[in-house]
Design a protein. Structure first.
Length: 52
């Protein structure tokens, strides 16, 4: 899976999320019809959102 604008196999920036950031991001994905938009806005994958 690749993000828009990034070629497959490209190196992705590793990000660390603190608990406060997670607590803010997760509900954004649960409110809407799709988790895709908030994930894209925050530069994270949908799989990461599901793991949280």
């Amino acid at each position: 899976m690749s993000f828009r604008g990034c070629p497959r196999g490209a190196a992705y920036e590793t990000r660390k999320w603190n608990p406060e950031q997670k607590a803010r991001i997760v509900p954004e994905g649960l409110r809407g019809p799709s988790v895709g938009e908030p994930c894209h806005e925050h530069g994270m994958s949908q799989a990461q959102h599901c793991q949280w």
